[in-house]
Write a protein that binds this ligand. Structure first.
Ligand SMILES: *Cc1c(COP(=O)(O)O)cnc(C)c1O
Ligand code: SF4
Length: 382
């Protein structure tokens, strides 16, 4: 058994462990175990400095999870957009391919907790039907291996999957969506990176949420992946008590580029069951973006997105930089809130941001009032 597998085995996972280690009430520990099991491996555990700190919040089951009964368990409607088991096909040319249910830790805010940790729900027995789907759909040129965490597979199993994908000429990019460099960096071994580098382009997208996750060990893991030629991106989830602070976020993003990781997405927290206590406002996210853009290297600035409830995909949000816009000019403010005018011309192209494209005014005959009607479908209203 490899070191990282041994560390998984030494993880905290039982209700008894939770009671002993974190002072949870026995009854709640048992209920939490049923709701979403825990896994805290000794490496990630060692990063906790005090109860309730940003590391603790991400991995230690919290009694507040049990109070959030109204949030959905599949907010992004991934299962409705799943043509065959283990595949979510939402965008024209790329898919999400779930290859294992296991992870290095179980993150309490996980958006896929309805499946993660349960190997009946992301089962290897469906891999063949997923491969067939990918073979038949030649419009797909980007496959995101996810789960669970694809690096929970052995090198041999992962290589089998990647090899099969590489036998399909229409697939250009393979992405590995993995939190292992953050939560169990011991998983990144010489033999793993030597295998990966045979199948480029392999992009790695990892998931750092707090500057304290950038340690000697995680830096070493990232270096090995980068030296093997994998471009590395990062996604961060905005969470109360973890990183809902412009200074913390600035430090995280700057540290990431210093270890050759490109911040890719900053996500608004999905509306996932058991996640209400992590919720922040959209205004907080925009405030953070306002304090990143212009203030630190553009390389360190991620896209701030909401993954639309109901499966609309990722929608970017920006602080408002446009003060005024007509056919002759646009007035903008910069990162220091100074105003600038840029001359525009009229060429009969409607600006893309024109609410008239989305809103239609209709007259209500009885009340004579004007009502706004959305022309676009709002999926969340289904
Ligand atoms: C996020 C996501 C992708 C990838 O989106 P990009 O914007 O290309 O990174 C693809 N499919 C699904 C279902 C996703 O959720
Ligand atoms: S590593 Fe990813 S898939 Fe696994 S529990 Fe954490 S957020 Fe969910």
């Amino acid at each position: 058994m490899e070191l990282w597998q041994e560390m998984i085995r030494q993880s905290i996972h039982s209700a008894e462990d939770l009671v002993k280690k974190f002072n949870l009430k026995q009854e709640n520990a048992e209920r939490l175990e049923v709701f979403f099991q825990s896994r805290i491996n000794p490496y990630y555990l060692s990063l906790i400095r005090y109860p309730g700190d940003p590391i603790w919040l991400q991995c230690v089951p919290d009694e507040r999870e049990l109070e959030d009964v109204d949030s959905p368990d599949d907010p992004l409607k991934e299962d409705e957009m799943s043509p065959v088991p283990n595949i979510t096909h939402r965008y024209p040319d790329r898919v999400l391919f779930l290859v294992t249910a296991q992870c290095g830790i179980y993150c309490r805010f996980c958006t896929r907790k309805r499946k993660v940790g349960d190997s009946r729900k992301i089962s290897m027995k469906y891999l063949e039907s997923a491969f067939k789907y990918l073979e038949q759909h030649t419009e797909i040129n980007d496959v995101i291996l996810s789960g669970g965490d694809p690096l929970m597979l052995t090198d041999a199993m992962l290589e089998k999957i990647i090899k099969r994908l590489r036998s399909m000429n229409h697939i250009q990019v393979i992405r590995l969506g993995t939190r292992m460099p953050v939560v169990l960096p011991q998983r990144i071994t010489e033999s793993l990176v030597n295998m990966l580098k045979k199948y480029h382009p392999i992009f790695v997208n990892t998931h750092f949420n707090h500057p304290r996750e950038i340690t000697e060990e995680s830096t070493k893991a990232i270096n090995m992946l980068a030296d093997a030629g994998c471009p590395i991106g990062n996604q961060t989830v905005l969470m109360k008590g973890v990183n809902d602070n412009p200074e913390v976020m600035k430090e995280l993003m700057k540290k990431l580029i210093s270890i050759r990781v490109k911040p890719y997405y900053l996500y608004m927290l999905d509306k996932i069951k058991g996640g209400e206590h992590f919720k922040t406002s959209i205004a907080k996210g925009l405030e953070i973006m306002d304090k990143l853009r212009g203030h630190i290297s553009g390389l360190a600035v991620p896209h701030f997105v909401i993954d639309a409830p109901g499966g609309g995909g990722k929608i970017p949000l920006l602080p408002n930089y446009v003060i005024y816009h007509d056919e002759n000019k646009i007035i903008l403010r910069n990162y220091k809130y100074n105003l600038f005018e840029y001359p525009d011309i009229s060429d009969n192209i409607k600006p893309i941001i024109d609410n008239k494209l989305y809103l239609r005014k209709t007259k209500n005959r009885k009340s004579k009032k004007t009502e706004k009607v959305y022309i676009g479908k709002t999926r969340s209203d289904n």
